[in-house]
Design a protein. Structure first.
Length: 370
């Protein structure tokens, strides 16, 4: 085949769909169930983030692709917008700078004062300073979105195989039963598990907890709500961190995040969950009366600079990486797929692929790819 995509999470499914649509013969290899790994542990937000120029370009491009993709109703895709919440005047000053940065890249962003904040979201705790609204951000349900991407890949001729691989070689993979599967290109889209196959990758497994409530009799919030300190939590130290992140679901439920920690087991850790829920209640007090029906965890692949690894792996001919998205794999899956197609076919990319190449230099003290 032309391309073998290893991993059927949302990134792998998006790559398979885009590669098959380009007329290539595509195989999809998955060891368990589609969307079972980091995809199932994601909040499903489609949002533009401004941690760096490379990040805002990638997330903005991918958000545009999601709106262009027009997901079906089963994906629960809704343009809720994101409301970044500022606790005090210092955070409001930072919000205004962020607003200007968004607008520099053509992203619609508006500063929200205290009165307007409570008009938009009356359930927020009293005393907050204001915030910033990004109206075109959206939410979806990642497992069904992955299924829809795979369905479109299958309609374009992609084939699905279920097996685990033992190693990656030049233009090939070796399965656990020692069978060799060859392809002109192999796309490795296994998220945090990529480091198990390629230990030299600059990746670390970062665990996150999520909680979801029972169905509420009436909507409590309308926007995805995120505290302004979220980015510091997302790219913070090795210590476990939590940040307020609350998402309305079309089912009437509320999805509560978020936590991040390195070097941890897969088990739910109740002290972390308690911190996360207390943080959420401090912003939306009515959550105290909601019933949490499920808590679960997942591992995301984190890189030293917070950007994914998308492009050729220099030491293995024919291998292309599509991993390292951490908590942004849902948002950036479609843009990642476009970049992967560009690397496979040589087509012109809509955004500069250089910041995401696997052999880019990393910060001092961090291990490089080579």
């Amino acid at each position: 085949m032309d391309v073998l995509v290893v991993g059927a999470g949302i990134v792998g499914a998006a790559c398979a769909k885009e590669l098959a649509a380009a007329g290539l013969s595509v195989g999809i290899l998955e060891k368990s169930e589609p969307g079972f790994g980091a995809t199932a542990a994601g909040m499903g937000h489609i949002l533009v983030l401004d941690d760096s120029e490379a990040q805002i370009r990638l997330t903005a491009y991918s958000r545009h692709l999601w709106h262009e993709f027009s997901p079906s109703d089963r994906t629960e895709f809704r343009t809720t917008g994101t409301l970044w919440v500022a606790s005090n005047e210092e955070e409001m000053e930072a919000i205004e700078l962020r607003r200007d940065f968004y607008r520099k890249y053509g992203i619609d962003a508006e500063v929200v004062g205290r009165d307007q904040l409570y008009e938009l979201e009356p359930a927020l705790t009293p005393g907050l300073a204001g915030g910033m609204r990004i109206p075109s951000d959206a939410v979806l349900y990642p497992p069904t979105a992955t299924s829809e991407l795979l369905d479109r890949a299958f309609r374009s001729g992609a084939k699905y195989f279920q097996s685990e691989i033992k190693r990656v070689g030049p233009h090939s993979v070796e399965l656990v039963n020692s069978e060799i599967v060859e392809a002109s290109h192999v796309v490795l889209a296994t998220g945090a598990d990529a480091i198990d196959l390629l230990p030299s990758l600059p990746l670390r497994k970062r665990k996150g907890h999520l909680a979801i409530t029972d169905r509420l009799p009436r909507p409590l919030i309308r926007h995805q709500l995120i505290e302004t300190g979220y980015l510091q939590s997302a790219h913070g130290s090795d210590n476990a961190s939590v940040a307020f992140n609350l998402q309305p679901r079309s089912t009437g439920q509320l999805l509560i995040g978020s936590s991040r920690q390195f070097e941890s087991s897969r088990e739910v850790e109740l002290p972390i969950v308690e911190r996360m829920l207390k943080r959420a209640v401090s912003y939306v007090p009515a959550l105290r009366d909601c019933v949490v029906t499920r808590i679960w965890t997942g591992f995301r692949a984190a890189t030293p600079d917070g950007l994914p690894l998308i492009g050729p792996y220099p030491d293995i001919p024919g291998l292309i990486l599509a991993t390292g998205h951490e908590g942004l794999g849902i948002t950036t899956s479609l843009a990642t797929a476009k970049l992967v197609v560009q690397h496979v076919t040589g087509a012109k990319a809509e955004i500069d692929p250089t910041p995401y190449l696997p052999d880019r230099p990393f910060a001092a003290g961090q291990k490089a790819l080579r």
